[in-house]
Design a protein around this ligand. Structure first.
Ligand code: SAM
Length: 251
């Protein structure tokens, strides 16, 4: 029985492809890729020519059977996505789930991931974070989603596309407060890598002023709500505070 390798590929800088990723991609019988044309170019760049199977969100269920059959017949298979780590806002969940259900070996070949790269350099708390993937594309849905996250104390991390970034930052300012601290990681590992940080209002102004500000790919990070604020907003009883007041009254 073969092994399914989940292989991370660069998010912009080709030098980030690990030697181990190259070794595994060279050794497998088949490579399942989100976009075979895009991945064909990556493989050409490293001099690898392999049969490719397209596995994207719209055909994943159909293709999984075929890939499982190859694994069960003893072929090793690698899964890659267009950029970064497969399954992180990318296809592969059904394949990994079914492969595990069959008792097949699934092994990660770790490497670039935009959310981890962004968090590692943002200067926001990373002891607890909540990755939310992409927010809803439409304004009303996006604001509802943000409203639900307003009291979250963990650092929030979103992926966003360039044509929505300004509206998303405006919605964060509106729903979570203009003073909420945010950091945007743009074009990470690429030539125009930029980190924008400050209050939601400041970052919105900076992006609006920068003619290239809303070009490229973005990771949006939002500092979590302050604990006290989260409690008050939730209308919860602050037991410690109350006990303190009562204790002060005791003889
Ligand atoms: N699987 C990928 C990963 O491991 O990060 C993410 C794929 S998701 C479809 C694409 C989104 O990731 C983009 O819209 C953007 O939000 C983020 N992203 C990918 N590459 C990036 C980069 N170089 N700089 C900033 N954000 C990036």
């Amino acid at each position: 029985r073969g092994t399914l390798y989940i292989v991370a590929t660069p998010i912009g800088n080709m030098d980030d492809l690990s030697p181990r990723a190259v070794k595994v991609l060279s050794s497998v019988a088949v490579i399942a890729a989100e976009d075979t044309r895009h991945s064909g170019r990556l493989l050409q760049h490293i001099g690898i020519s392999k049969p490719l199977i397209a596995l994207h969100d719209h055909n994943e269920r159909g293709r999984v059977q075929n890939i499982l059959e190859q694994l069960l017949a003893g072929a090793d298979v690698a899964l890659i996505s267009d950029a970064g780590t497969p399954l992180i806002s990318d296809p592969g969940y059904v394949l990994v789930r079914e492969a595990r259900a069959e008792g097949l070996r699934v092994s990660p070949i770790p490497g670039p991931c935009a959310l981890v790269a962004a968090l590692s350099a943002a200067g926001l708390p990373t002891d607890r974070f909540l990755f939310v993937g992409f927010l809803p594309a439409k304004g009303a849905g996006r604001r509802t989603a943000l409203e639900e996250l307003r009291k979250e104390v963990a650092t929030l991390v979103f992926y966003e596309s360039p044509h929505r970034i300004l509206n998303t930052v405006a919605d964060i300012a509106e729903v979570m407060g203009a003073q909420r601290e945010i950091v945007l990681g743009r074009e990470i590992t690429k030539a125009f890598e930029t980190f924008y940080s400050g209050t939601a209002a400041d970052v919105h102004a900076t992006l609006t002023d920068d003619p290239h500000g809303s070009r490229g790919e973005f990771v949006v990070m939002v500092r979590g709500a302050e604990k006290a604020e989260a409690g008050l907003m939730a209308g919860e009883l602050d037991v410690d505070h109350l006990l303190g007041l009562l204790m002060a009254e005791l003889p």
